[in-house]
Design a protein around this ligand. Structure first.
Ligand code: HAM
Length: 429
């Protein structure tokens, strides 16, 4: 019989020792921890914003013609009559927070990172969910292509560190509103003779937001667009130089990349650099992460002209790739000590020992329910404990604890009042 309450479609739960790595809280948190540590190495500090923002922020920043705004937002009206939206992405909220908290007035760069849940009403499939988490950064305050290289290095360094080394970095420059306007005329001229073969959505994009024609997944439209003009031919000399400088920095750091002239990503805010990191181990949803520059966005949100660049990495997809590659991640470790007792006196001593161990910061546990010592030992194994600390009748009589190493099966008596100190005196890892 199905359970009365189930989680909403295309969402998932995280819990310890889950068979799917994307659900395994220990593996997921260790991956997030590696991202946080790496961000600190690169000089980024954590930013957190609310789960919801005014709807208008996303409409304005992400763009009305995008799939996200036109189809995927979880929007609701509050009792006070305001329209709010569960954030579908974090670039707009982070920039809003940057302005609202006066970070722009502090001078210099603001280098921010986030670990954040996002909500998009998507048709779910493997790697595509209605709630997903991103590991992201936004670096604000410089148009230097060396900063583009830093942001891309950081994303690649993360994948390398967690053990994903099979990936492709796709790069493009989407220019500025000016160069794009020139390009879009050429793109429309190219598409016009084939327009009758385009879907209804294609027609709407042609008329309202032609750059979004390049986001299509329709096979016939893709076939036609395969010969479409390239945006790179319409860049201004300055935009072209920016892109060439970035490519130079990447090459000098031995970063390999593939140029993709049709990579425009599904947001209106990008200018100049756009990139995506793809994995061959992910199937249809192969983008592990993506990002780019948005040099006009702070201004569009009401701030002073401030260039910026960032990326978002999909945490669930990262876990899917790690599992597909079967990367050896340290198995979730159990407690260091598992207290096993016999009889009421042993149990009383065990409960006291357990609290002293925990006070000393030694991860430790016991089995509840006063079961047999055999069952308690099994519970210690199941918990993947390092040592069983046994207090049976004999040990009670002698005032000792029997330390049993569960990995290599040696055992060793320690006086009860020295049991906690034993851990600091021994190199137990
Ligand atoms: P995005 O490409 O929409 O970019 O999302 C970034 C990454 O999040 C994707 O590459 C993918 O790995 C993951 N992702 C997106 N949607 C889903 C989903 N429905 N289910 C599972 N994973 C998903 C952004 O959101 C930009 N704000 C990134 C950015 C930051 N650009 C500049 N700064």
């Amino acid at each position: 019989m199905p359970l009365k309450y189930q989680r909403p479609k295309y969402t998932h739960d995280l819990y310890p020792h889950a068979p799917k790595w994307q659900d395994d809280s220990e593996r997921v948190l260790s991956t997030v921890g590696q991202f946080r540590a790496l961000c600190r190495v690169y000089g980024y500090g954590e930013v957190r914003t609310p789960l919801f923002e005014s709807t208008d922020l996303f409409v304005r920043a992400v763009g009305e013609g995008t799939d996200i705004v036109s189809k995927e937002m979880y929007t609701f009206t509050t009792k006070g009559g305001d329209s709010l939206t569960l954030r579908p992405e974090s670039t707009a909220p982070v920039l809003r927070a940057y302005l609202e908290n006066g970070l722009h007035a502090q001078g210099g760069l603001a280098k921010l990172y986030y670990v954040a849940a996002h909500f998009r009403y998507e048709r779910g499939q493997t790697g595509r969910y209605r709630q997903h988490e991103q590991l992201g950064v936004e670096a604000l305050g410089s148009d230097d292509p060396a900063l583009d290289a830093e942001v891309i290095h950081l994303a690649l360094a993360f994948f390398k560190q967690v053990g994903i080394d099979r990936l492709t970095l796709k790069l493009n420059s989407v220019g500025s509103p000016d160069s794009r306007a020139r390009y879009l005329v050429a793109l429309q001229d190219f598409v016009r003779p084939y327009l009758s073969e385009f879907s209804e959505e294609g027609h709407a994009r042609f008329a309202n937001n032609p750059l979004r024609l390049l986001d299509t997944k329709n096979p016939r439209e893709l076939e036609i667009l395969a010969d479409a003009p390239h945006l790179s031919a319409y860049l201004s000399p300055e935009e072209d130089a920016h892109f060439q400088n970035l490519l130079g920095y990447l090459t000098s750091a031995d970063v390999s990349y593939t140029l993709d002239p049709y990579l425009v990503r599904g947001f209106d805010y990008y200018t100049k650099t756009a990139f995506e990191i793809q994995s061959p181990d992910l199937g249809a949803q192969n983008a592990l992460g993506g990002g780019g520059r948005y040099n006009k966005l702070v201004e569009e949100l009401g701030g002073p002209p401030t260039p910026g660049i960032g990326f978002g990495i999909g945490l669930e997809r990262t876990m899917l790739a790690l599992q597909a590659l079967n990367v050896i991640t340290p198995p979730a470790s159990g407690p260091k000590a598992f207290v096993v007792t016999q009889g009421e006196a042993g149990r009383t001593a065990g409960v006291a020992l357990l609290s002293r161990l925990r006070e000393a910061g030694i991860s430790s546990d016991m089995d509840y329910g006063a079961r047999s010592m055999g069952k308690q030992m099994k519970a210690a194994d199941r918990a993947r404990a390092r040592y069983a600390l046994v207090i049976g009748d004999d040990e009670m009589a002698q005032g000792v604890v029997q330390f049993k190493s569960l990995a290599d099966h040696w055992q060793h008596m320690v006086p009860l009042d020295e049991a906690v100190g034993w851990f600091s005196g021994n190199k137990t890892g």
